[in-house]
Design a protein around this ligand. Structure first.
Ligand SMILES: [Fe+2]
Length: 191
């Protein structure tokens, strides 16, 4: 079994809800106003809401639309982490954390692509969605509880500023900044 297969096979996050809350509190305490870690935490919460919106959708059309929103957020966030933050883990001598992080996100991307092949209102779809949500929740727990607070502590101040700029740049390149998203919405609705 490859490492990606093993990661994909793990359905339920092994840690408790309380452990996940504690991890988030730890990351929030480590974050500074507007820094890369605060952006990451904000995006993690947006991703959690986007998963809930896909599950709550009442018909196929709205479920597919919600799935696309989730996929854009998840891909934009993952790509920014993979281009900026995981290389910083390597630089901070946390190569094993970086390797696990890349592997878990590759597995999530594989599973998100699989989701596109399932009928949106089927039980198989909901099972797959829950599987991905659980895997992402576990990944977020690792980032918030260990990997990122350590990186926030270890990397020098000049690197922290660069990480914030670069993370934001990569995320916005894919997802768009709030202003760009607002312009896109307005042009679609013709206002
Ligand atoms: Fe993340």
């Amino acid at each position: 079994m490859s490492l990606i297969d093993k990661v994909v096979a793990a359905v339920t996050p092994p840690e408790s809800d309380q452990a996940r809350k504690d991890a988030r509190a730890k990351a929030q305490a480590a974050a500074g106003a507007g820094d890369w870690l605060s952006l990451v935490l904000n995006h993690h919460m947006q991703i959690e809401s986007a998963f809930a919106a896909v599950k709550a959708a009442r018909d196929a059309g709205s479920r597919v639309a919600a799935q696309k929103k989730l996929a854009v957020l998840l891909t934009g966030h993952s790509n920014a982490e993979e281009s900026v933050l995981y290389p910083a883990l390597v630089r901070a001598d946390e190569k094993s954390h970086a390797t696990m992080a890349y592997t878990e996100q590759a597995a999530a991307k594989t599973q998100m692509a699989e989701l596109e092949n399932l009928a949106p209102m089927s039980q198989d779809y909901l099972d797959k969605l829950e599987h991905i949500r659980g895997a992402v929740a576990h990944h977020v727990y690792e980032e918030e509880g260990t990997w990122f607070p350590e990186l926030r502590q270890k990397a020098p101040a000049a690197d922290q500023i660069k990480l914030t700029q670069r993370y934001k740049e990569e995320f916005d390149r894919y997802v768009g900044s709030d202003e760009i998203r607002e312009e896109r919405r307005a042009s679609r609705s013709g206002t």
